[in-house]
Design a protein around this ligand. Structure first.
Ligand code: ATP
Ligand code: MG
Length: 251
C-alpha cells in the first residue's frame, strides 16, 4: 500500500521552482532515499510534506487523505515525524528528559504533566520513555545531559524523540550530516535496525552514496526540483542522467 503520495507538487520561491511538478509514491514499511546534488529540492520536499512550506500547487496524500492544506502539528498527529539537517534536541536536559518530553506531548500532557498525570499514566510514560531509549540503544546514557553525547548519539536521541510521536512515516534529512565515517556507519546501522524493529516507513536524504545503497529499498534521484530517476542501486548507477547530474559525467 502507498503510505504517501505527492501529486504534481510545485513549490516556487519567487522565480525559482525549487520543486517542479513532482510526483512519487512511498510504499509502507520500506526505506526510501531521496538523493541529488545540492539545491536539488530534497529539503524542500520534506518541508512541503510537513507543511513547513505550503505547496504552490499539487497535492500531498497521506494514508489516502489529502494533507496539503493541514498545519504542521496536524500532520505530526496524523503520523509523520521528522528529524532535521541540524540536530534539534534540548541540550541541557538528560536523554531521559528529552524523550519524556516527546512522550508527554504525544500523551497530550504538554508541560503541565506534573499537575495532570496520575500515578498510572506516570508509570506508563516512564515505561514508554525507557522503551524508546532502548530502541535507539541509548540506555547507558539515559541520565546523561544531552550536550555531552557524541554527534551520533545526539542523532539517535533526536530519532527517539521523533519516534515518541509514534509516526508511521519518519523523514530524516541528512541524518549523518557532519559526522565522522565511524559515526555515520553507526547511525546508518541504527536507522536500518529501527526500521526492522518498529516497521516505521523511512524517507531520508543522504549525500554518501555507499550509505544510500546500503540502506535503501528504493532510491529517488532529484535534480532541479524534478525526479530524474527512480529505482534501485543498479538503476541509479546505470542511468545516464544521474551520472551527469549527480555522480559527475566522467564516472
Ligand atoms: N525558504 C527559501 N527561500 C528561498 N529559496 C529557498 C528556500 N528554501 C530553499 N530554497 C532554494 O530552493 C532550492 C532547493 O533547496 P533545498 O534546500 O530543498 O535543496 P537540497 O536538495 O536540500 O540541497 P542540500 O543537498 O544542499 O541540502 C535551492 O535553490 C534553495 O536555495
Ligand atoms: Mg537539504
Amino acid at each position: 500500500m502507498n503510505l504517501l503520495e505527492l501529486r504534481h507538487v510545485t513549490k516556487s520561491f519567487g522565480n525559482l521552482r525549487a520543486v517542479n511538478d513532482l510526483s512519487f509514491e512511498i510504499e509502507e514499511g520500506k526505506i526510501t532515499a531521496i538523493i541529488g546534488p545540492n539545491g536539488a529540492g530534497k529539503t524542500t520536499v520534506f518541508n512541503l510534506i510537513t507543511a513547513w512550506h505550503k505547496a504552490t500547487s499539487g497535492q500531498i496524500i497521506f494514508k489516502g487523505e489529502d494533507i496539503t492544506r493541514l498545519r504542521t502539528y496536524e500532520i505530526l498527529k496524523k503520523g509523520i515525524g521528522r528529524s532535521f539537517q541540524i540536530i534539534n534536541i534540548f541540550k541541557n536536559l538528560t536523554v531521559f528528559e528529552n524523550v519524556r518530553m516527546g512522550v508527554l506531548a504525544r500523551a497530550g500532557k504538554g508541560m503541565n504533566f506534573l499537575r495532570s498525570v496520575d500515578n498510572q499514566s506516570f508509570s506508563a510514560i516512564r515505561e514508554k520513555t525507557t522503551e524508546l531509549i532502548e530502541t535507539v540503544g541509548l540506555q547507558q546514557w539515559a541520565n546523561t545531559t544531552a550536550t555531552v553525547l557524541s554527534h551520533g548519539d545526539q542523532k539517535a536521541l533526536e530519532i527517539a524523540i521523533a519516534l515518541s510521536a509514534e509516526p508511521m512515516l519518519l523523514l530524516l534529512d541528512e541524518p549523518t550530516a557532519g559526522m565522522s565515517a565511524e559515526e555515520s556507519q553507526y547511525t546508518t546501522n541504527l536507522i536500518k535496525e529501527i526500521s526492522g524493529k518498529t516497521g516505521v516507513t523511512i524517507l531520508f536524504t543522504e549525500h554518501d552514496l555507499d550509505m544510500v545503497f546500503f540502506m535503501s529499498d528504493r532510491i529517488i534521484v532529484m535534480a532541479q526540483g524534478e525526479v530524474i530517476c527512480d529505482g534501485n542501486e543498479e538503476c541509479v548507477r546505470s542511468d545516464k542522467k544521474v551520472r551527469e547530474a549527480y555522480l559527475g559525467s566522467e564516472q
